[in-house]
Design a protein around this ligand. Structure first.
Ligand SMILES: CC(C)(COP(=O)(O)OP(=O)(O)OC[C@H]1O[C@@H](n2cnc3c(N)ncnc32)[C@H](O)[C@@H]1OP(=O)(O)O)[C@@H](O)C(=O)NCCC(=O)NCCS
Length: 253
């Protein structure tokens, strides 16, 4: 007797996301792609983005909507089944399965962090790209982002809500205070102190034992040979003071 026809095998969706850790991101920034990159290379995915303020005007390609569209295209092309939900802060309800992270860094993030701590008891673990070499003797505080190719030397301290971008090197015993932004490929010597809210532009060098004052900005490519007072812009080789800055509290977002 011929075998009875079997029902067609049901096509199961590819559950590539099973076992991956969901993340929720508060706020947005042109570094969206780097954050998502670090989330995925750590075995996670981005489940939600919570926006608390309207995004400032940005050039095409740097807007959150552009980054999100590229992320969704990539997810689909790679067989993932998830898509990011975008929600407003006043509608936010915590989900204990989600790892919280910040979509921007610098001192500007502090009011948002305080609100999320008080209302929901959130704590922000650091997000470190697995291709960064962070000394086990270094200290990395809450909410720090460390990008691919970064080297953090022994006994350095990276203060809360700071960002160390791709390829930067932080020397041994350096102290990076709260809300500092270190641009890609910057190099700081040993025992340098970067005060709260300071920003180092792409590829600059700060030689050993110097202090960059609170809220100061070192321009791209500068070589700093002397201490920098608070709220100054310095630029060039050797770096010279170009202007006094208003107290803007770190990187603009
Ligand atoms: C410093 C910077 C932000 C410009 O700031 P600004 O307030 O608009 O400054 P200005 O363009 O008015 O420049 C002020 C002076 O600094 C000089 N200057 C600015 N950037 C410089 C640089 N990278 N190298 C040398 N000189 C520079 C300008 O020529 C000008 O000099 P002058 O007064 O003698 O004519 C910008 O040049 C820069 O370096 N950005 C870094 C961006 C970056 O690294 N982003 C990644 C962060 S994660």
């Amino acid at each position: 007797m011929p075998a009875a026809p079997q029902p067609a095998a049901r096509k199961r969706p590819l559950r590539q996301d099973a076992g991956m850790k969901p993340h929720v991101m508060f706020g947005v920034h042109p570094l969206f792609g780097d954050y998502v990159d670090a989330i995925h290379t750590n075995g996670g995915y981005l489940a939600r983005v919570i926006q608390n303020v309207e995004e400032p005007q940005r050039p095409q390609g740097e807007r959150f909507a552009d980054g999100l569209a590229r992320y969704h295209t990539w997810l689909k092309a790679n067989g993932h089944t998830t898509a990011v939900r975008v929600e407003r802060l006043d509608r936010y309800r915590p989900d204990l399965a989600e790892t919280p992270l910040l979509g921007f860094r610098g001192l500007k993030v502090l009011p948002l962090v305080n609100r999320l701590r008080e209302e929901f008891g959130l704590h922000f673990p650091p997000l470190i790209h697995p291709a960064a070499a962070v000394s086990p003797m270094a200290v990395v505080e809450e909410g720090v982002f460390i990008g691919a190719g970064v080297v953090i030397a022994p006994h350095a301290r990276i203060g809360a809500f700071s960002l160390v971008n791709r390829g930067a090197t932080i020397g041994h015993d350096a102290v990076v205070e709260e809300g500092v932004v270190v641009g890609p490929s910057c190099s700081t010597g040993s025992a340098v102190r970067l005060r709260a809210g300071a920003v180092l532009g792409i590829g600059c060098t700060v030689i050993e034992r110097l202090e960059i004052g609170e809220g100061s900005y070192v321009a791209a490519g500068a070589v700093v040979l002397h201490d920098v007072a608070p709220n100054r812009l310095v630029a060039g080789i050797p770096a010279r003071e170009k202007k006094v800055l208003g107290n803007t509290g770190g990187e603009s977002t």
